[in-house]
Design a binder for this molecule. Structure first.
Ligand code: PGA
Length: 260
């Protein structure tokens, strides 16, 4: 049953079990061998207490690993099967084989651009855990859904349908990425990020109980050096998922510094 229909009156009172903070960079379909120079600049700073993860294009993962990446590496998607006749796809096991420890699943550019359903994403989540990867599951509403006041229903549905009951709580983070904020330069207001994260916390607690306190909640959507400080101070934001600004070492390292 959807949480928004249940109308949870009691807010999340569970113990926040998350200890780490994250800054994750999503390079999307950007980056060639030359851009590994930028990667190398990012790969020089050590941030204590901060888990930095880079979702590079799959073509660069093995090379980045050979360059002694000091951060986590991740793939931007994976197939739900471990291997097979799936031309053009990459399995979670293949990502793990070239050094990835993470995978991004359910990004809106896959949900909307490739028609991926939450049911398919749920299968990919299980495949990722079979391969030992940490899943960063993205959820987010479109502008139209926001304007129609449907965003809670959309978020709860994406969350519940992308996760079944078999959860690896130690290898799951959720990224709230409003679609209207991705690549637009428009960021959600701090109070809206806070209340939406609260809602996601409530949804997770409703479904999974106290264990949900282990799941980190990241915000993504036009995070840049100019707004990272404010976002980093929102009490229930455990980190950021950064797209465009992760392509420049200077910007990305500034963002990381705000989260340390
Ligand atoms: P953006 O992308 O930071 O360029 O808005 C975020 C994302 O899509 O993960």
């Amino acid at each position: 049953m959807l949480l928004c229909k249940v109308k949870v009156k009691q807010r999340w009172k569970g113990i926040r079990l998350r200890k780490k903070r994250f800054v994750m960079g999503n390079w999307k379909m950007h980056g060639d061998i030359q851009s590994l120079q930028e990667f190398q600049k990012i790969n020089q700073q050590n941030y204590s207490g901060l888990e930095v993860v880079l979702f590079l294009p799959a073509t660069l993962l093995a090379l980045a690993q050979q360059m002694r990446c000091i951060y986590g590496l991740g793939g931007q998607d994976c197939h739900f099967a471990d291997f097979g006749a799936y031309t053009g796809d990459i399995s979670a096991k293949m990502l793990a084989d070239v050094g990835a420890g993470y995978v991004l699943l359910g990004h809106s550019e896959r949900r909307l651009g490739h028609g991926e359903t939450s049911a398919q994403i749920a299968l990919k989540v299980q495949a990722a855990w079979r391969a030992g990867l940490h899943v960063v599951l993205c959820v987010g509403e479109t502008l139209q859904q926001k304007e129609k006041g449907q965003f809670k229903e959309v978020l709860a549905q994406q969350l519940y349908d992308s996760l079944n009951d078999n959860i690896n709580f130690d290898k799951l983070s959720i990224a709230y990425e409003p679609v209207w904020a991705i690549g637009t330069g428009v960021t959600a207001a701090a109070k809206d990020i806070h209340s939406t994260h609260q809602f996601l916390d409530d949804c997770l607690q409703h479904k999974f109980g106290a264990q949900a306190g282990k799941i980190a909640l990241l915000y993504g959507g036009s995070v840049k050096p100019e707004n990272a400080a404010e976002i980093s101070h929102i009490e229930n934001v455990d980190g950021a998922l950064v797209g465009g600004a992760s392509l420049k070492a200077e910007d990305f390292t500034k963002i990381c510094n705000f989260f340390t």
